[in-house]
Ligand binder design. Structure first.
Ligand code: PEP
Ligand code: MN
Length: 362
């Protein structure tokens, strides 16, 4: 198979070995000046492995900036020549793959909206046949790791030898603190499926803002991610897309200094497996606690309603209904009836205690 001309052995070795592996650059290439200036500042940090840029932007609504198109690829080539850094671009269809390869783009990535659509992924995979270029695959926008897995399988089948995964969070309904909540447990499950693939975090699209970036990067590093893909722009406030989440190259330099880069210790493969499982447990425990806390907040509201309408806290018909429903659903999920009973009795008692507190409050 023909390796994309510019892809050096050094890049392939870096992708499989250099940790942390860092991709940075603006959400979109906007003008030659903006791109080159950002690229040079990023290179000055001496920590960036690959420059990124969106050339074709998949926007939720038409009428917003949809990327500069092919013209921008020449700016990337120039940035590459000036900095010596490889470049990465998002591709979403056959023409974009062909244009990117013709302009010697070193790494391609598949965006979250494309991963959601098997037709798009297959079109990209078909366009890649006969060329070997590293391909990074973002998670789909919806919380479905089968779609993510399917995309990996399609790209693998096209003969691509270097594949990486990028976790950029998942769409959710209603207001949340994140632009795309990370749902770390899903990413961890994907990492468990593909322990040997490069696994990057994209804090920019998870956060949607600048303040939470550091915390998300640190969490990712704590969860043994191989690195990050992060958006950085020479004048973020003036960015034509994703302005609120982009940071200047110097702010990125500060952020990278702040991160505690965890050591991957020399441990036996057996321990490694155990650690991996424990990380999943801790993450799920945090999520269980969050859910429990939200459930209790709803109990408080019910308590207030019962107080206002002078209703008893214990409503036995409702409680029997909950227990029947939960026992049935729990058994479908292979949870033992004893466990479900103990667990729900504890939740029910705490809920009663909280409602009592609400009702007894003067
Ligand atoms: C991007 O990287 O700028 C982008 C469009 O991201 P995503 O596919 O994760 O939405
Ligand atoms: Mn973006």
């Amino acid at each position: 198979m023909k390796i994309q001309e510019d892809i050096t052995q050094e890049l392939l070795e870096k992708i499989s070995a250099k940790r942390p592996f860092i991709i940075a650059g603006p959400c979109s290439a906007e003008t030659e000046e903006q791109y080159i200036s950002t690229a040079l500042q990023l290179q000055q940090l001496n920590k960036i492995d690959v420059l990124r840029a969106g050339i074709w932007k998949p926007r939720t609504r038409p009428g917003t900036f949809e990327g500069v198109g092919v013209e921008g690829l020449a700016w990337l080539q120039k940035a590459k020549a000036l900095t010596g850094l490889p470049v990465a671009v998002e591709v979403a269809n056959k023409t974009q793959v062909e244009e990117a390869l013709a302009h010697r783009v070193d790494i391609l990535w598949i965006g979250a909206r494309s991963t959601t659509n098997p037709f798009s992924v297959q079109e990209i995979a078909d366009a890649l046949k006969g060329v070997d270029v590293p391909v990074l695959i973002k998670n789909p926008i919806n919380a479905d790791i089968e779609l993510w897995t399917g995309a990996v399988e399609r790209i693998e089948k096209a003969g691509i030898s270097t594949i990486g995964l990028i976790h950029r969070g998942f769409s959710s309904y209603g207001p949340t603190e994140y632009r795309n909540p990370p749902l770390w447990h899903l990413a961890i499950e994907m990492k468990a499926r593909y322990p040997d693939l490069l696994f990057l975090n994209d804090p920019s699209h998870i956060c949607g803002n600048r303040i939470m970036l550091r915390e998300v990067v640190q969490t990712a590093i704590n969860l043994a991610y191989d690195g990050i893909m992060i958006e950085s722009h020479c004048t973020p406030d003036l960015a034509w897309s994703d302005a609120s989440q982009q940071i200047t190259p110097s702010a990125l330099g500060e952020l990278l200094k702040d991160i505690q880069w965890t050591q991957v210790m020399e441990i036996s493969s057996e321990d490694h497996y155990l650690i991996h499982l424990r990380q999943q447990i801790d993450q799920m425990d945090d999520e269980l606690l969050q859910l429990l806390s939200r459930r209790m907040e709803i109990s408080d509201k019910i308590g207030a309603y019962k107080k206002e309408h002078q209703l008893s806290i214990l409503q036995i018909k409702r409680w029997n209904y909950i227990m029947d429903r939960i026992s049935l659903n729990g058994s479908k999920l292979k949870l033992s009836p004893e466990f479900i009973k103990r667990y729900y009795n504890a939740i029910h008692m705490e809920s009663i205690r909280r409602q009592n507190e609400v009702i007894n409050k003067k």
